[in-house]
Design a protein around this ligand. Structure first.
Ligand code: NAD
Length: 519
C-alpha cells in the first residue's frame, strides 16, 4: 500500500503497532492453512477427498498465497450427499425442534467464542475490513439463535375446517439441501442459509466460493464441536463449474439455496432442471438510491456513502446508482465527493480502514476496467478512478458524475467501491430511471414527504425498499429480489417455506355422501 496510509505522527505509530499485532495474530490463525491443503468436511470429518488437484488461495492484501485447497470432484459431492442423506434419515429429520434449537444455540455460542478468529481469517481471505467482519461474525451467531428459536415450531401449519371435513397443514423438512455461497461476506451468508436449513430439519452440503474457502470450514468445526450429529453439515470445496455443478445435478439434493451472480443463477436453473430441484436464487443488483430535494440531506448523505462504500462496495444491496433531484444535484454530489475523498483505504485488519482490497486480481481488473468504460461513455470521474498503491487489489473509491442511466456504469453490476450519480427532474422520472435496469434487488428513497415516499416505493421494482434508511436488516422480514436479482425469499418464516414441504391432511367427519360407482 502507499505510504500515505500511515503518516509518521504519534497517532500513526500507535496504529501501526496495533496493526502489526493484528497481522501477527492473523498469521497464527492462518498458519494451519499453510501446513497442508485444506480438505472438505464430510460426515463430521476433515477429508482430502478423491481429487488429485489443488488450487491456491491468496490474500488480496498483497496477492500472496495463504495456502492450497483440494479441488472437490463430483465423487466428493456424491460422498457428501450420501452422508447428508443418512444423517437426515438417521435422526436429524425426526429430532424434536427443541433439541435442534439447543444445538443451534450451542453453535451460536461456538461462533462467539471464535469470533475474533472468524473475523480475522475472513478479512485476510476476502480483503473485507475487520470493522465489518467483526459484526458479520456476531451476526452469524444471531442467525443461529434466531432460527434456533423458530425450530421449535418449524412444523406448524394451519387448521382449515370445512362442512364435512377438517383440513390441516403441517410442514416437513425437504431432505438434503445444497448451499452455494459467494465470496463477498461468506461466513455471514453461510449462516443465513445453513441456520434455517438445520432448524427446519434438513441436512446440508455446502460448496463455498473458491475465492474465499476458509470460514466455511471454521463453521463446520464449530458446529460439530457444538454437538451436531455427523453428516448433518458437509462442506465440499472446489470450483463452481465442477463441484458446484455436480451439487446442482445430484439426485439426492432436493433444493439449492444459491447466492451469487445472475448469470450463474441461470446456469444453476438449467443444471438443476433434470432433477426438478427447488431453487432459491439471490442474485446481483444495481440498486438505486433516490434523493429528493426535500430529504434530510445529512442523513441521506451518510446513508448513500455508507451503502456504496461499506464492505468494499462488494455488496449485493449496495446503493450503486445515486439518483439526485436536479435542484440539489450539484450541492449533494459535491458533498458526496468530499466524503469519498476522505474514505480510509488500507489494510483490512486495521480497525480504521473503511475500504480494503477487492477480493482477487481478476475482480480488481474487472472493476478497474469500468474507469475506462466510464470515460469512453462520456461520464466524468469526479473522484478516484484508479488503482490505489502498487501491490494487492486496492482501488480508489470512485464517483462518476455526468452520467445517464443508459451508460454501462449505470446498467452493469460493478461490485466495487464505485458510485454513479445521475440527476432527475421529479417523481415520475426518478421512478422511471430507478426501474430502468434488468435488476430489482433493493431501492432506497430519501424524502421527508411520507406520502411521496409511499407512492414511489409502491412503483419501484425491487424486492426490498428502505425509506429514509440504509439497509437495515430485521431477521423476521423477507429478503430477496425481483427480475434478474433473484427468485424466492428467505428470512423469518419464508426460510421455512423454502426448506420444508407443506402437507395437507384432510379428515372426514363421516357425514358427507360419497359418490357411488358400479352399483
Ligand atoms: P458467482 O456466481 O461467481 O459464484 C457464486 C458461487 O457459485 C461460488 O461458490 C461459485 O463457485 C459457484 N458457481 C459458479 N458457477 C457455478 C455453476 N455453474 N454451478 C454451480 N455453482 C457455481 O458469484 P460471486 O462472484 O462469488 O459473488 C458475487 C455475486 O453475488 C454478485 O453478483 C452479488 O450481487 C451476488 N450476491 C447476491 C446477494 C443477494 O442476496 N442477492 C448477496 C451477496 C452476493
Amino acid at each position: 500500500m502507499e505510504k500515505e496510509q500511515h503518516p509518521p505522527n504519534l497517532e500513526g505509530r500507535n496504529l501501526m503497532s496495533d496493526l502489526e499485532k493484528r497481522i501477527e495474530k492473523a498469521q497464527k490463525f492462518l498458519s494451519r492453512f499453510r501446513k497442508e491443503p485444506l480438505g472438505h468436511f464430510i460426515n463430521g470429518q476433515s477429508v482430502k477427498g478423491e481429487s488429485k488437484e489443488t488450487f491456491g488461495n491468496i490474500t488480496p492484501v498483497d496477492n500472496s498465497r495463504l495456502g492450497d485447497v483440494w479441488s472437490g470432484t463430483s465423487s466428493d459431492i456424491e460422498t457428501a450427499s450420501i452422508a447428508a442423506e443418512q444423517a437426515f434419515l438417521g435422526g436429524w429429520r425426526d429430532m424434536v425442534g427443541a433439541k435442534r434449537c439447543e444445538i443451534l444455540y450451542a453453535i451460536a455460542d461456538g461462533i462467539e467464542a471464535r469470533a475474533e478468529e472468524i473475523a480475522t481469517v475472513e478479512s485476510m481471505d476476502t480483503g473485507q475490513p475487520i470493522r465489518f467482519m467483526q459484526k458479520a461474525a456476531i451476526r452469524g451467531a444471531a442467525n443461529f439463535r434466531f432460527f434456533g428459536d423458530k425450530a421449535v415450531e418449524a412444523g406448524k401449519g394451519l387448521s382449515l375446517p370445512a362442512e364435512h371435513h377438517h383440513n390441516f397443514t403441517t410442514r416437513h423438512p425437504l431432505g438434503v439441501v445444497g448451499v452455494i455461497t459467494p465470496w463477498n461476506t461468506p461466513f455471514m451468508l453461510s449462516t443465513w442459509k445453513i441456520a434455517p436449513a438445520l432448524a427446519s430439519g434438513c441436512t446440508v452440503v455446502q460448496k463455498p466460493a473458491e475465492f474465499s474457502p476458509y470460514t466455511a470450514t471454521l463453521l463446520a468445526e464449530i458446529a460439530y464441536a457444538a454437538g451436531l450429529p455427523k453428516g448433518v453439515l458437509n462442506v465440499v470445496n472446489g470450483f463452481g463449474e465442477s463441484a458446484g455443478k455436480a451439487l446442482t445435478e445430484h439426485p439426492l439434493i432436493k433444493a439449492i439455496a444459491f447466492v451469487g451472480e445472475s448469470q450463474t443463477g441461470s446456469y444453476i436453473q438449467a443444471q438443476a432442471a433434470p432433477t426438478l430441484k427447488r431453487l432459491h436464487l439471490e442474485l446481483g443488483g444495481k440498486n438505486p438510491c433516490i434523493v429528493f430535494d426535500d430529504a434530510d440531506m445529512d442523513r441521506a448523505l451518510d446513508a448513500a456513502v455508507f451503502m456504496q462504500f461499506s464492505l468494499n462496495g462488494e455488496r449485493c444491496t449496495s446503493s450503486t446508482r445515486l439518483l439526485v433531484q436536479e435542484t440539489v444535484y450539484e450541492e449533494f454530489t459535491a458533498k458526496v465527493a468530499r466524503r469519498i475523498n476522505k474514505i480510509k483505504v488500507g489494510h483490512p485488519l486495521d480497525p480504521n480502514t473503511e475500504i480494503g482490497p477487492l477480493i482477487h486480481p481478476t475482480h480488481h481488473e474487472k472493476v478497474m476496467g469500468y474507469f475506462e468504460i466510464a470515460k469512453e461513455d462520456g461520464a466524468t470521474v469526479a473522484v478516484g478512478g484508479g488503482r490505489k498503491g502498487s501491490e494487492g487489489c486496492y482501488v480508489k473509491p470512485t464517483l462518476f458524475t455526468g452520467a445517464h442511466n443508459s451508460m454501462r456504469i449505470a446498467q452493469e453490476e460493478i461490485f466495487g467501491p464505485v458510485l454513479t450519480a445521475i440527476p432527475f427532474k421529479g417523481e415520475a422520472e426518478a421512478i422511471e430511471i430507478a426501474n430502468d435496469t434488468e435488476y430489482g434487488l433493493t431501492a432506497y428513497v430519501w424524502t421527508e414527504n411520507s406520502p411521496k415516499g409511499m407512492r414511489v416505493a409502491k412503483q419501484l421494482e425491487a424486492g426490498m425498499i428502505w425509506i429514509n434508511s440504509e439497509n437495515n436488516r430485521h431477521l423476521p422480514a423477507p429478503f430477496g429480489g425481483m427480475k434478474a436479482s433473484g427468485i424466492g425469499r428467505d428470512g423469518g418464516d419464508w426460510s421455512f417455506d423454502f426448506y420444508m414441504e407443506t402437507k395437507n391432511t384432510c379428515i372426514a367427519y363421516g357425514t358427507h355422501s360419497i359418490p357411488k360407482l358400479g352399483i
